[in-house]
Design a protein around this ligand. Structure first.
Ligand SMILES: Nc1nc2c(ncn2[C@@H]2O[C@H](COP(=O)(O)OP(=O)(O)OP(=O)(O)O)[C@@H](O)[C@H]2O)c(=O)[nH]1
Ligand SMILES: [Zn+2]
Length: 349
């Protein structure tokens, strides 16, 4: 039996800098470690460092080139000179330009990639850099399995928590519905606008963007897209805005801001994610499909320029009767970002 609570405890442990074990492999997150914690974790000084193949490719490590998936794990041998600061430089691309890397690094064969992959995934869910000290001798704070992480992320666990009337600017006839799953901290919401009329609703999947939605960032198009979606749905008579807590395309606020820092150094949004060690888009649109199903909808007209959203919904059993473009005028700060979406992530712009 998988145990989603074990995954929730492990997320908490990682953020506090405590060791965990996944399927028997002990791990300490590099981001929340310090020299003392590392010494306590790794009393024999032999642990390796686990990073993703995207990060390994950035560091030009050997034997990672064949990995097509930037999320797949790579184990770096802990050479004697790799002390805590050197491990941090391996994990954190913000230091790449300031700290020319020493090397050479040697990669080790990972006999079983599944727990290592699960660890990288758990780091992303915890909002941490995907990098671990692996194989220490310390007793773990929490022991879990890769299946426990799957259970924690299972969209079928989402349920409606409550609902209420919520008039908003642009749509006075609206109702908010909140969703929760038992162990996850994410609280997704849907805004139901207008009254069902028998036709598939006009639906927008909006991924959380604190900088764009709340602060009015000009680096992306999220804020204007959010407000334009509410107006478009209201004008269409009936539809649903899903506000998904998938900040930074699923990597979390702090990691997105790290990506922004890399963008300040000249990398685009795709390369910044890869240098950090994440997939280009880490979102799971199964959550959106589950929310629509709980709202009684199995077919939608989808407001998006992103074919991956159409594919993600359809794969999860929601028919997309029509894709409705959702394009807004660029500004001088986001023109390059939009060009990257068009040229590198398949957005139809
Ligand atoms: N990792 C990362 N996330 C970003 C960046 N800029 C915006 N985001 C996030 O991207 C999400 C919005 O997704 P987009 O890819 O811009 O657009 P989309 O929603 O996939 O596509 P459309 O439906 O066509 O708008 C939000 O969660 C933002 O926080 C960035 O540079 N890096
Ligand atoms: Zn944004």
């Amino acid at each position: 039996m998988s145990d989603a609570r074990a995954a929730a405890r492990a997320i908490d442990a990682l953020r506090r800098g405590w060791p965990i074990a996944i399927d028997g492999i002990t791990l300490l997150a590099v981001e929340t470690a310090d020299p003392g914690r590392l010494a306590a974790f790794d009393t024999e000084g032999a642990a390796g460092i686990l990073i993703s193949s995207g990060r390994a490719a950035t560091l030009k490590l050997a034997n990672q080139v064949e990995a097509a998936d930037p999320d797949s794990p790579v184990l770096v041998e802990r050479a004697p000179w790799i002390d805590f600061p050197a491990a941090t430089a391996l994990a954190d691309p913000q230091l790449d330009l300031a700290t020319p890397l020493k090397g050479p690094y040697r990669t080790l064969h990972l006999p079983d990639a599944r727990p290592a992959s699960a660890a990288l995934r758990l780091a992303r869910i915890a909002g941490l850099l995907p990098a671990f000290f692996l194989g220490g001798t310390a007793a773990p704070e929490v022991a879990l399995t890769a299946a426990d992480i799957d259970a924690h992320e299972d969209a079928d666990r989402l349920a409606i928590a409550t609902r209420a009337r919520l008039p908003v600017a642009g749509a006075e006839d609206a109702e908010i519905v909140a969703f929760r799953s038992p162990e996850s901290a994410d609280e997704h919401v849907a805004l139901l606008i207008g009254q069902p009329n028998g036709a598939p609703p006009l639906v927008r999947l909006h991924s959380e963007c604190l900088t764009g939605d709340v602060l009015g960032s000009l680096k992306c198009d999220c804020g204007p897209q959010l407000h334009a979606a509410i107006h478009a749905i209201a004008d269409s008579g009936w539809g649903i805005l899903l506000y998904l807590r998938q900040e930074g395309r699923g990597i979390g606020l702090v990691n997105k801001l790290r990506a922004y820092r890399l963008q300040d150094q000249g990398f685009d949004t795709v390369d910044a994610n890869t240098r950090l060690g994440f997939a280009i888009d880490a979102r799971d649109f199964g959550v959106a499909a589950r929310m629509l199903a709980l709202l009684g909808q199995d077919a939608v007209r989808l407001l998006t320029n992103n074919p991956a959203k159409v594919a993600g919904l359809e794969a999860a059993g929601i028919a997309v009767a029509e894709r409705v473009p959702h394009k807004l005028p660029p500004n001088p700060h986001n023109a390059q970002y939009l060009a990257t979406k068009r040229d590198r992530t398949g957005h139809q712009l």
